[in-house]
Design a protein around this ligand. Structure first.
Ligand code: HPA
Length: 274
């Protein structure tokens, strides 16, 4: 797709969402398990991704595919209930189109949640992890291609891709709520297969604490266009080879389900404190 068509898609999607739900200051991408959090919005309006021109529609089971906007703790918050992933076959430009739409809608802060495998052996399934940084080992980058000068520079800095202020705030909120919070480096791989035990040993040697198939493209694009980002992972399973058992999507879903109330309370506390 040429740049002009892509920019038109962004503007058309932003206009459709603005009409259906209005603008927002904070955006939350709800990973699997957290979708119910949209109930917390008051004066909420929503629109299905399928009804937003140019918007990518998820094929993953358990991803509802709706954009919500409403009031939460006195702030205008939009929530993405479901997202698409590179492994579904989407171009990363489309995976990250929603972030550029957020920018057009006035969003300043992006909170991205995900499910991840624990690479750090001191983690346990059900732990929550504050992303302090990331490793992009996917071999891909959502900013590949002509730079979108309207959004940001050709060579954006990634030193503070994840906002240190939001990390500090999240630590404080977790402590006040009594929520145990791990911290670490999230490694993005394309998927969709889970990693091999050898890959997990390699990732650990390279400094990864968790591994997953999402979030990093969104954070890169958010940084490019000047949004502050916070990344939070639910460690749904220990990564391949750490325990003497195979990984399953079912385990990922079950752990997500088990800790979703705590995860939600943390995100909610962060938004309240912002
Ligand atoms: N690997 C990659 N992605 C994941 C995992 C994992 O172990 N668990 C949840 N998402």
């Amino acid at each position: 797709m040429d740049q002009q068509t892509y920019l038109e898609n962004i503007n058309a999607a932003a206009q459709a969402i603005r009409q259906a739900c209005g603008e927002a200051d904070i955006a939350v991408v709800l990973g699997s398990g957290l979708g119910g959090y949209v109930d917390a919005l008051s004066d909420a309006a929503c629109v299905s991704y399928a009804d937003i021109p140019g918007f990518p529609v998820s094929t993953a089971p358990g991803h509802a595919g709706k954009w919500w906007t409403g009031l939460l703790h006195g702030k205008r918050v939009c929530m993405m209930q479901g997202r698409v992933h590179g492994y579904e076959g989407y171009d990363l430009k489309d995976v990250t189109l929603p972030v550029r739409v957020m920018k057009r809608l006035g969003v300043k802060t992006l909170i991205v949640t995900n499910a991840a495998g624990g690479v750090n052996t001191s983690f346990a399934p059900g732990d929550l992890m504050l992303m302090t940084d990331f490793l992009n080992l996917s071999g891909k980058n959502p900013l590949t291609g002509p730079n979108l000068d309207d959004f940001g520079p050709r060579f954006p800095d990634m030193t503070h891709a994840l906002s240190r202020d939001l990390q500090r705030l999240t630590r404080d909120v977790a402590e006040k709520l009594g929520v145990a919070l791990q911290e670490g480096v999230y490694c993005w791989l394309n998927g969709p297969c889970y990693e091999t035990p050898a890959e997990i040993r390699m990732l650990r040697a390279l400094g990864a604490d968790a591994v997953g198939m999402s979030t990093v493209p969104e954070i890169i694009v958010a940084r490019h266009c000047g949004l502050e980002s916070l990344g939070l992972s639910c460690i749904t399973n220990m990564a391949a080879g750490i325990l003497d058992q195979p990984l399953s999507h079912q385990e990922v879903m079950e752990t997500g389900e088990r800790v979703k109330d705590t995860f939600r309370a943390l995100v909610d506390g962060v938004i309240a404190a912002m």
